[in-house]
Design a protein around this ligand. Structure first.
Ligand SMILES: [Zn+2]
Length: 306
């Protein structure tokens, strides 16, 4: 396993008129794994109100955990968005489709990252969704509401598909997530023809196995990519930050739709990842999102791959 390249697409982006710190915009980082190649591609980053992530955790308790990460007192959190691209066995597999232009101005930059890597949307043979949230799904269509990855087969977990395509969902989802429901339904309607639906443990594509990691959304899936060299895991959002999720995996994460199930999934998965030393790609971990979990007392620590 070897990290062989990092491409910067521009130096520093200053966000005009806000207190946001300048950000390095990176395009992609490549990990060579036997005959295959894994890239993480930047789609930019999100700007989330603190309360969306931290929910009801008392401010002082949260700040005590966030302080070593320089985030104590932060009014908003700016998680990176790292998509995973896997190339092997004549397939070019993109995990999630990014935000597209309609979610947040700081995200939806996937095309620049793909440009820097020299690939086009038409080169993608498969799009495999971890879940149906906007930053993972909304980039799947182009400006004409046609599939952007025009030659790709799309894949989603059956439970996740059933959830977001349920016509009753807009009436039952939390009011502040109504746009998530409407936005997902509109896109999945376009992708419905020919979609491959799968379940926990299924081999979605050769060497790529689905792992149920429910809680963040009802049917959230992570994926194991097995190569002759080692297995790497694509986490999606089941471990969605490098601070509280590792230090206090038992705390509820406000971005999880079922916070209790999300915490249970996270704690169990972290223990497994740490004990096996498995390398993973985390969608919202600090760019490029590649690393391992290490036990740290009763908790864990994110150790980026260098
Ligand atoms: Zn996300």
């Amino acid at each position: 396993m070897k990290i062989s390249r990092r491409t910067l697409i521009s130096g520093v982006i200053a966000v005009a008129g806000s207190a946001v710190l300048p950000r390095i915009a990176w395009a992609n980082t490549t990990l060579s794994l036997g005959a295959g190649m894994l890239d993480t591609l930047s789609d930019g980053h999100l700007m989330l109100p603190r309360s969306f992530v931290l929910g009801d955790i008392p401010v002082a308790e949260a700040d005590a955990v966030l302080e070593p990460f320089g985030l104590a007192g932060a009014a908003s959190l700016l998680p990176d968005c790292n998509l995973t691209l896997w190339r092997g066995d004549d397939r070019t597999v993109l995990f999630d489709a990014g935000s597209g232009p309609d979610f947040m101005p700081t995200a939806g930059h996937l095309m620049a990252a793909m440009d820097a890597l020299g690939i086009t949307p038409e080169d993608v043979t498969d799009v495999v969704f971890t879940h149906g949230h906007p930053d993972h799904l909304w980039g799947a269509l182009d400006d004409f509401d046609e599939p952007l990855f025009a030659n790709a087969q799309h894949h989603m977990g059956q439970i996740e598909w059933d959830y977001w395509t349920d016509p009753a969902l807009p009436d039952t989802i939390a009011a502040d997530r109504l746009t998530f429901a409407v936005g997902a339904a509109r896109r999945l309607e376009v992708l419905a023809e020919g979609i491959n639906l799968f379940n926990d443990g299924d081999e979605v594509l050769p060497g790529i196995t689905a792992r149920a990691t429910h809680g963040h959304t009802p049917g959230h899936m992570a994926f194991e990519i097995a190569t002759e060299e080692e297995t790497v895991m694509v986490l999606g959002d089941c471990i969605a930050n490098h601070h509280i999720a590792f230090v206090r995996p038992d705390w509820p994460n406000g971005s999880d739709q079922d916070t209790a199930q999300g915490a249970e999934t996270r704690a169990a998965l972290l223990a497994q990842l740490a004990d096996t030393g498995t390398v993973f790609a985390g969608f919202h971990l600090p760019a490029p999102g590649l690393g391992r979990a290490v036990r740290d007392g009763n908790a864990f620590r994110f150790e980026p791959l260098t």
